[in-house]
Design a protein around this ligand. Sequence first.
Ligand code: NAP
Length: 328
Amino acid sequence: MTALLCEEHGPPEALKLRSDAPVPQPGPGEVLIKIHAAGLNFPDSLIIFDKYQFKPALPFAPGGELSGTVTALGEGVTGFALGDTVSALTNWGAFAEYVVAKAASTTPIPDGVDLDVAAAITLAHGTSHHALKQRANLQPGETLLVLGASGGVGLAAVEIGKAMGARVIAAASTEEKLAIAKAHGADETINYTTADLKTAVKALAPKGVDVIYDPVGDKLADPAFRTIGWGGRYLVIGFAGGEIPKLPLNLPLIKGASIVGVFWGDFVARTPDLHQQNMAELYAMLAEGRIKPLISARYPLAQGGEAIRAMMDRQVTGKVIVKAGETA
Ligand SMILES: NC(=O)c1ccc[n+]([C@@H]2O[C@H](COP(=O)([O-])OP(=O)(O)OC[C@H]3O[C@@H](n4cnc5c(N)ncnc54)[C@H](OP(=O)(O)O)[C@@H]3O)[C@@H](O)[C@H]2O)c1
């Protein structure tokens, strides 16, 4: 099969398009999927440098989520049939024609859902839904501050937060990115390149915000945390900004606030039934038009490295997909 392979750890420009990669075989509890498209995510830019928590053996294809068609079933798999269209989380392997996924991490795609959208909904919307629902217990009428609000997980948090009835303040680095967040449901916006984040949030929410969704970390975490209200929840999502921040522990003390870790991949592995319930809810929100995932760019498989580079250069908004069937 054709696959875009990481043969040695390094930059996306070093990925190699190979046409003779072996088709993986599904083991017990796994399905083989012929890929329609893969969703791009920040972890793709970490895993090729060997800087991610998952460390697959070389060579491997990046690509942690996809949509496609089931073409083989491993031993003991029930609930799927050959020809089913599915979306799945694989953590890596999806920048290729075929990938093996755990059946427990694979979800049937409801009729009428665009396969490009299905390729892009699992990881970002799955993470933000789990974070806001199970980790933050976000309530209607609460105020939600989203950092990196036009990125993959950030824009998903804006959409899902709005769908859950929150007032959403979107924060991002450019006016173009904020316009996208607004178009996807943000009530108010803050440009943290031109404005002081803490001052701007306090002007919009003098009593403090209830939930902070932070996929950026770095220098934004401290000023963001200082805007949290009494009983607030600070969701630790990721560190796209680079540095893992440190926070003085008097800050949560004086606000009666919580710092809440989110590890969606482990949530999927540990509680697959709950994950499937969440995916069913996401597909229902999609059908009702309450979320409208933005696909801002499509790359053929051969240019998957360029897609990763664009993400590393902060040029990506919403979701980008890599089309496994298009190699030129
Ligand atoms: N905890 C979990 O379970 C989980 C699950 C999925 C993803 N994540 C993490 O969430 C983070 C975001 O992932 P994503 O796929 O949404 O990425 P993304 O689409 O690239 O979004 C990241 C956002 O971070 C901001 N950013 C600030 N400094 C940046 C930099 N130096 N390079 C790139 N972006 C920068 C950008 O917004 P501005 O330009 O507006 O600042 C960008 O839109 C990553 O750290 C990822 O590992 C965590």
